[in-house]
Design a binder for this molecule. Structure first.
Ligand code: URA
Length: 440
């Protein structure tokens, strides 16, 4: 078999078989297939697409390229969630404790920030002392003891995805539904949970910019997971505005704790309740109405907050910061970005908001950059709000005031005021399950 022929077959619109996909992916992992040939194949896939069957095979080959975690040493149903990425998306820090408080085990591997989007592991590390790398034995023991552990993804999970993602990132082949679906589902299948809820974000801050594409991605991922014997569903959630008000690691931990204490922003609280309820349904805790009631009770009676506190404490985090987020790292400087005109905020480009937070130090510009946990943005006015000249739209936080001008230019570049109030997007557009698509 030759890589040349596989590339040519896909270039000409052919359908690759299992042997060809395995040859390309495993050869790339072993180093036998060079970057330039894999880049050509990725571009051919980007342009020609893949059938559902090809995507399922690609996912399986990628999942098996590294460790397949066996969670059977943990008693009970194990649930996982995955977001396709967003700005201000701190839902894992709320949902995982809610679900664990409802007696479903969370043995979760999460990622770091990527581009303009944040990552759970960076957020967790903003709580001083938190260890996000545990041995398998520690990980299993913690989940068996307290029902929840969230750690960084081991380098041995879906090894092919790690290499392929880095290549896609620099060859303009990230935004391709079969490649995104196989990337995400290879990691989820390898991570071993029984029930997997996918949060497919849609909007200008997300990979998926329209509902049809988001539903197609969700449908594909649900069918791949279901074919592998997992319970999988997806919610399509809005990313035309960031969730909540806070963007940046410690700021987002503080906002998540506010939700867990029943004092969080309404949009974030509602999305978390919907995601948590759907996770509980997948884990077999009842129908959606019963699971919504369970999730609401875990928030209202404080058991979800207690789970979150237990998780951080078990992983070495300073529980005093969970009790009082005012003790988390605080930035030395702040800057209020004010409105220059009057009108409704008709557009507030989410990718630009995310990039502004990266420029303040909340994310990485280069892979090896250190993160400033205290840096970020607190939004006071969001899409659809009315502003007058001088009104504070948001506050920037950074350790160096020299970072403010570039972040301001980035943020203002995505801001449009209008005399007419824009139509506000729903929080959740649709649910995709193995039984079909339900649009809201
Ligand atoms: N997240 C992933 O893990 N992979 C993708 O391809 C896109 C988003």
């Amino acid at each position: 078999m030759r890589m040349y022929d596989i590339i040519a077959k896909k270039r000409d619109g052919g359908v690759l078989d299992r042997a060809e996909i395995a040859f390309a992916v495993n050869g790339y992992v072993s180093g036998d297939v060079p970057d330039y040939q894999m880049s050509a194949l990725l571009m051919a896939i980007y342009l020609r697409g893949m059938t559902d069957e090809e995507t399922a095979v690609l996912t399986e080959v990628m999942a098996r390229s590294g460790d397949m975690v066996d969670l059977s040493a943990i008693a009970g149903v194990k649930a996982d969630k995955h977001s396709t990425g967003g700005v201000g998306d701190k839902t894992t820090l709320v949902i995982a404790p809610i679900v664990a408080a409802c007696s479903v085990k969370i043995a979760k591997m999460s990622g770091r920030g990527l581009g303009h989007t944040g990552g759970t592991i960076d957020k967790m590390e903003s709580v001083p002392g938190t260890r996000t790398s545990l041995t398998q034995e520690e990980f299993f023991r913690q989940v068996n003891d307290i029902g929840i552990a969230v750690i960084g993804q081991s380098g041995q999970i879906a090894v092919a995805d790690k290499k392929l993602y880095a290549l896609r990132d620099v060859t303009a082949t990230v935004g391709c539904i079969p490649l995104i679906a196989s990337s995400i589902m290879s990691k989820k299948l390898a991570a071993g949970s029984d029930a997997i809820l996918l949060d497919v974000t849609m909007g200008d801050g997300a990979f998926m910019k329209n509902l049809d594409d988001a539903i197609e991605l969700a449908r594909l991922m649900v069918s791949i997971g279901t074919a592998h014997g997992r319970k999988v569903a997806a919610l399509i959630t809005d990313m035309d505005k960031p969730l909540g008000h806070n963007i940046g690691n410690a700021l987002e931990v503080a906002e998540s704790i506010a939700v867990l204490k029943g004092r969080g922003p309404a949009d974030l609280t509602e999305v978390c309740l919907q995601l948590a309820s759907n996770m509980l349904v997948l884990a077999g805790r009842g129908d959606l109405t019963a699971c919504r009631a369970l999730a609401e009770r875990a928030l209202a009676d404080g058991t979800a907050f207690v789970k979150c506190r237990q998780m951080f404490a078990a992983q070495g985090g300073d529980a005093a910061c969970i009790d009082d987020p005012g003790k988390l790292a605080a930035a030395k400087y702040r800057y209020a970005l004010t409105a220059q005109g009057e009108g409704y905020i008709a557009k507030n480009d989410v990718e630009k908001i995310g990039n502004a937070s990266v420029l303040l130090g909340a994310g990485r510009i280069k892979k090896e950059d250190a993160i400033d946990f205290a840096a970020g943005i607190v939004m006071h006015k969001k899409l659809g709000d009315y502003v007058r000249p001088g009104d504070a739209i948001c506050t920037f936080y950074a350790d160096d005031p020299a970072l403010f001008p570039a972040a301001e230019e980035m943020y203002r570049g995505g801001l449009i005021l209008s005399d007419t109030k824009p139509a506000l997007p729903p929080l959740v557009y649709a649910r995709v399950t193995a039984d079909g698509v339900e649009r809201f």
